[in-house]
Write a protein that binds this ligand. Sequence first.
Ligand SMILES: CC(C)(COP(=O)(O)OP(=O)(O)OC[C@H]1O[C@@H](n2cnc3c(N)ncnc32)[C@H](O)[C@@H]1OP(=O)(O)O)[C@@H](O)C(=O)NCCC(=O)NCCS
Length: 124
Amino acid sequence: MKIYCGTDIIEIERIRQSIEDMENKFLEKIYTKKEIEYCESKKAQKYQHYAARFAAKEAAFKAISPILKDKSKITWKSFEVENDKEGKPHIYIHDIDNTAFESIDISISHCKNYAVAYVVVIVK
Ligand SMILES: CC(C)(COP(=O)(O)OP(=O)(O)OC[C@H]1O[C@@H](n2cnc3c(N)ncnc32)[C@H](O)[C@@H]1OP(=O)(O)O)[C@@H](O)C(=O)NCCC(=O)NCCS
């Protein structure tokens, strides 16, 4: 068993600017339908949640990259954050074989200017 971790921090303003400049093109490239629905439900705070999910995808990529055989299969939307009914986020990795993973966990935090995400992967 091995443990890998990945972390990322992002300026919320950078994500807000990308969304304003590229609108749907940016959203559709980076986020899944469920992620967009979740962030849009947050109304005025939505950029914090979009930024957090951007950081989550970067953090997850860092965590799994040592064991990734074919990085070309991975896109932004290969990583999907979904919150459970208590609000705890979970991260799912699509497009690659997940059988090597024992478990994967994520923690997210955001404030006015920054969002951070931390991912831990346990590999069998
Ligand atoms: C849920 C809680 C931890 C969020 O913390 P916060 O400082 O308000 O907000 P943060 O920006 O740090 O974190 C927000 C993220 O927390 C995550 N989160 C929410 N509920 C969660 C839960 N039950 N478990 C784990 N993570 C949770 C989410 O990912 C959320 O971001 P998202 O909506 O974009 O996915 C907080 O509202 C809370 O309930 N704290 C309990 C405090 C307490 O009881 N303290 C006493 C013991 S220390």
